[in-house]
Design a protein around this ligand. Structure first.
Ligand SMILES: Nc1ncnc2c1ncn2[C@@H]1O[C@H](COP(=O)(O)OP(=O)(O)OP(=O)(O)O)[C@@H](O)[C@H]1O
Ligand SMILES: [Mg+2]
Length: 279
């Protein structure tokens, strides 16, 4: 099957500004494909370039070199109109839905907005809100309420419903469950999976948490200092990591058994000692 998204040798350089006297290369030649209906998990430590990659796919980061092709079209070279239709097909869900949901709008207004912005009549757009709420497991009564009346997990469901309004083919999910407690995390992850089974949407699923990424991803890509250092199926990358950085990431994940935790801590320290902090 042809890839939906093809990223080739992508370089993103942020211009020199403020404390940085030199331009900063946040991505140093990243190549990654995503097939229709596939979930690619992107893990890596803070500052490794995960969000930058997600933003580049959304057309929001400066592409210095390389290419991003969506359904065979180069994203950097589209006309404004073509880019807008592309924007329908690639949606985004962020970590903190509270900051991305307008606090003064009702849920109905929030969910109808992507549709009316594309020319759907307000009445028709509103008539689709109940269906969207249903798809993310919220009652129809939620429509008349404000974002602050919902819990973190429910707000994330609202953000997902908004991302689904235009029937996207790809959703960039940037740490979408990182702010949630464990049981809410599990339920929201199951919702992502169930939506994918129903709609065939693909996800670029960004997280610093290996366990989360392993649960949801068909393939896992590991980012380290602006480069992809390892890509493979979830089991291979998380249980038998090849790259030293991935091994350390794996050993850093907490486990319930205190003895095993102690062993992992020792193994991780030994790796750091052998590789040096910078490895
Ligand atoms: N708009 C920007 N201008 C300049 N530098 C930036 C900008 N956005 C990100 N960076 C830098 O690029 C690097 C990668 O940042 P990015 O946000 O992609 O990391 P991340 O992997 O998503 O980290 P986190 O897990 O903390 O979200 C960081 O060193 C960051 O300081
Ligand atoms: Mg980030």
């Amino acid at each position: 099957m042809d890839p939906l998204l093809e990223i080739n040798d992508l370089v993103v350089e942020y211009p020199a500004k403020g404390f940085r006297a030199q331009p900063f290369r946040a991505l140093k030649g990243v190549s990654l494909d995503i097939r229709p209906g596939e979930t690619v998990g992107l893990v890596g430590e803070s500052g490794s370039g995960k969000t930058t990659l997600g933003r580049a796919v959304l057309g929001l980061a400066p592409v210095t070199d390389g290419s991003i092709r969506y359904a065979g079209r180069e994203i950097g070279q589209l006309t404004r109109r073509a880019r807008r239709s592309l924007a329908d097909e690639i949606q985004v869900v962020f970590q903190d839905p509270y900051s991305s949901l307008n606090p003064s709008l009702t849920i109905e207004q929030i969910l109808a907005e992507p549709l009316t912005a594309r020319g759907v009549a307000t009445r028709d757009a509103k008539s689709r809100v109940g269906g969207l709420l249903d798809r993310v497991g919220l009652p129809a009564g939620a429509a008349s309420r404000l974002p602050r009346e919902f819990s973190g997990g429910q707000r994330q469901r609202i953000a997902i419903a908004r991302a689904l309004a235009l029937d996207p083919k790809l959703i960039v999910c940037d740490e979408p469950v990182s702010a949630l407690d464990l049981s809410t995390q599990a339920r929201v992850l199951d919702l992502f999976i169930e939506i994918q089974e129903r709609t065939g949407v693909a996800y670029l699923f960004i997280s610093h948490d290996l366990a989360v990424v392993r649960h949801i991803s068909h393939r896992v890509a590991v980012m380290y200092r602006g480069e992809l250092v390892e890509t493979g199926d979830g089991d291979q990358v998380t249980a038998r990591p090849r790259h030293p950085y991935t091994q350390r990431l794996f050993l850093a994940a907490p486990v319930p058994d205190p003895d095993e935790q102690k062993e992992r801590r020792a193994a991780r320290r030994a790796l750091i000692a052998a590789q040096g902090e910078a490895a």
